[in-house]
Write a protein that binds this ligand. Structure first.
Ligand SMILES: Nc1ncnc2c1ncn2[C@@H]1O[C@H](COP(=O)(O)OP(=O)(O)OP(=O)(O)O)[C@@H](O)[C@H]1O
Length: 311
């Protein structure tokens, strides 16, 4: 975002209570024009609640919200018209074929070229001739993605977009997200799995129990990410060869199998391993909770959140 460009999404001190149950406790966040922003958090953290408030599908209890220069509470119709939105759960009960439903939704948005719908469906391997009602969860998700992307909105708000997609299609989806960014448009996407957004996002916020606990550049988050790595070699290896590789800790070697934790890039370990014949390499990503406890425990998160929120 260049200096002076207003944020595409601006959220200040956002609170939400469902009756007596408070779901959001003063959320602050800004999404800049042209970035891919990951909104991460475990189930029940408040991601869908925040997203629904952005689109005025539910009403906030307090705080300020601005989307594309408008307050959704005052201008909900206009915000929804300008945003490509994928809901977390989609009720699709239509008997119409997917193509008809998508054409209908496209017409509501001023008309979408049929070729654009075909192209997106082709990329996601979606059969447009089948009735929406009988589609599997994964195929319904694809219909949802096509309708969010097809009219080339300035801002896409995607709630758990990769859920139900197999790994190959997840990659295709991420390519579509990068293309949106390439056009200078903005993507705000939620997930409960870090690895689903880390390759595409420029920045990410982590929400936990209704509060933002971290907000920062993905590069910085990646640098601090630890992985548990297991490598099986064709022959026995000596631990000394690997002990001094950058970022390696908790190293153990039993015969031909090495186990360790790597902080940050595994590059040095991989290069050391490449001197031998590697039969298999498994890398276990930390889940969000682990990341949270490793890096944001002991009050460090407050400092980081404050620093970035003020930036
Ligand atoms: N309509 C509702 N009525 C009452 N409580 C709700 C309602 N919707 C959400 N909640 C509660 O608000 C909190 C936040 O839920 P939300 O759905 O926003 O979380 P989430 O991060 O999107 O998680 P998930 O991925 O599981 O949907 C949870 O404690 C949830 O139980």
């Amino acid at each position: 975002m260049t200096a002076g460009t207003p944020p595409v999404i601006h959220i200040r001190s956002l609170t939400k209570s469902y009756g007596g149950h408070q779901a959001l406790f003063g959320v602050d966040m800004e999404v800049r024009a042209g970035e891919v922003f990951g909104f991460l958090g475990p189930n029940g953290a408040g991601k869908s609640t925040t997203i629904r408030i952005l689109l005025d599908l539910i009403r906030r209890s307090g705080g300020e919200v601005n989307v594309l220069g408008r307050d959704p509470r005052a201008d909900g119709v206009e915000v929804r018209r300008q945003v490509g939105y994928l809901p977390g759960e989609m009720a699709m009960s239509s008997r119409r074929p997917a193509r008809e439903l998508l054409t209908y939704l496209g017409n509501l948005r001023g008309g979408v070229d049929r070729r654009r719908i075909d192209e997106l469906a082709g990329r996601l391997d979606l059969d447009l001739s089948r009735p929406v009602r009988g589609l599997s969860k994964g195929n319904k998700q694809k219909v949802g993605l096509v309708q969010a992307f097809m009219h080339e909105p300035r801002l896409l708000i995607l709630d758990e977009p990769t859920s139900g997609l197999d790994p190959l299609l997840q990659q295709e989806f991420l390519a579509m997200v990068r293309e949106v960014r390439g056009d200078g448009r903005t993507v705000f996407m939620s997930s409960h799995v870090l690895s689903e957004v880390q390759d595409a996002a420029d920045r990410a916020a982590i929400i936990r129990a209704g509060r933002i606990v971290a907000l920062e550049d993905m590069d910085a988050l990646r640098e601090r990410t630890s992985r548990r790595i297991t490598i099986t070699f064709a022959d026995r290896v000596a631990p000394e060869e690997f002990a001094s590789a950058g970022g390696v800790r908790d190293l153990s070697v039993e015969g031909d199998t090495l186990r360790c934790t790597v902080d940050g890039s595994p590059d040095a370990l991989v290069k050391a391993a490449a001197r031998h014949t590697v039969l298999s390499l498994d890398s276990e990503e930390p889940d969000l909770e682990e990341l949270f406890f490793t890096h944001y425990a002991n009050g460090a998160h407050a400092e980081r959140t404050g620093r970035h929120a003020a930036a």
